[in-house]
Write a protein that binds this ligand. Structure first.
Ligand code: IPE
Ligand code: IPE
Ligand code: MG
Ligand code: MG
Length: 286
């Protein structure tokens, strides 16, 4: 089955499903909205890989449920992701002029509106995630909201950004700190997207646990690959290639993918998409 599975097509189909929801959820023009709606949309459309939403839908499907049920979850995680990128690019953070091949949000809309567009996306993600199907219990919806908060906030992405900043100022990091940075700043949203997709799909406890470990492993791989792609000839001081060296970084990534695959083995054929998504991280070029 693996040989007939076309990941590019699969990712494009799932991304398109989430696109429709993002289009519907995000503000259009509003009388008093000024440019903030436009600025929110600017950083969401056209998107990047839509990796987190694809994972949420794939996890939902992998536990035997219809993946459309997880579309609001995917949209919510993508909003948080885009918010994190807007703020990450600001002059007070990484001070970047380009993102996804075009000017960063603040270059187009100014720092004030960029800040607010990020805030707007962060907050609206919590509206989006509650738009899951009505037949889900209040308990599951509460879990989804908590998962999103934990993955995004000081225990997740925000926390990771803080440790990352501190390490950047020192111009150095060590293995343990690097792992925590990666687990939080990138890993938490990836893990959370997988978990929330699985929760909407009604995963049993053992499967949810396995998918959580899967999410943690691929979250790590995602950021190792990101560091490798960013490295060129001169790796950033706070990165896997700087701390472990290039070859060892690649080996660690391959090892983590194997560990992720081990977790989803019991899913059998239903795990094919998650398997391909994990392997894709080793060869991705963007
Ligand atoms: C880039 O994330 C920033 C990190 C969190 C490492 P992605 O590589 O998922 O960015 P897009 O959404 O595809 O542009
Ligand atoms: C971005 O991290 C990750 C978040 C915004 C949480 P980086 O600063 O390492 O990634 P790029 O290079 O800007 O995409
Ligand atoms: Mg950064
Ligand atoms: Mg950055």
């Amino acid at each position: 089955l693996q040989s007939t599975f076309d990941l590019d097509t699969y990712m494009a189909i799932l991304a398109a499903e989430v696109e429709v929801a993002l289009e519907e959820f995000l503000p259009a023009e509003g009388k008093y909205l000024g440019r903030v709606g436009e600025a929110m949309r600017y950083s969401v459309f056209p998107g990047g890989k839509r990796f987190r939403p694809v994972l949420a839908l794939a996890a939902c499907e992998a536990v035997g449920s219809a993946r459309e049920r997880a579309v609001p979850v995917g949209a919510a995680f993508e909003m948080i992701h885009c918010f994190s990128l807007i703020h990450d690019d600001l002059p007070c953070m990484d001070n970047d002029d380009e993102r996804r091949g075009r000017p960063t949000n603040h270059k187009v809309f100014g720092e004030d509106i960029a800040l607010l567009a990020g805030d707007g996306l962060a907050i609206w993600a919590f509206d989006a995630i509650t738009r899951v199907p009505d037949d889900l219990s209040g308990k599951v919806i509460r879990q989804l909201v908590q998962e999103l908060a934990h993955a995004s906030g000081h225990l997740g992405m925000v926390g990771g950004q803080v440790i990352d900043l501190a390490a950047q100022h020192k111009q150095a990091t060590h293995a343990e700190e690097l792992r925590v940075i990666h687990e939080c700043k990138t890993g938490a949203l990836i893990r959370g997207a997988v978990r929330c997709g699985a929760l909407v799909g009604g995963a049993d406890e053992d499967t949810l646990y396995r998918l959580t470990v899967y999410g943690e492993k691929i979250g790590l791989v995602f950021q190792i690959t990101d560091d490798i792609l960013d490295a060129g000839t001169d790796p950033e001081p706070v990165s896997f290639p700087a701390v472990y060296g290039m070859e060892e970084s690649k080996r660690l990534a391959r090892e983590a993918v194997q560990e992720a695959l081990e977790q989803i083995r019991p899913l059998g054929d239903k795990g094919v998409a998650l398997e391909s998504l994990a392997k894709f991280l080793l060869t991705r070029t963007t």
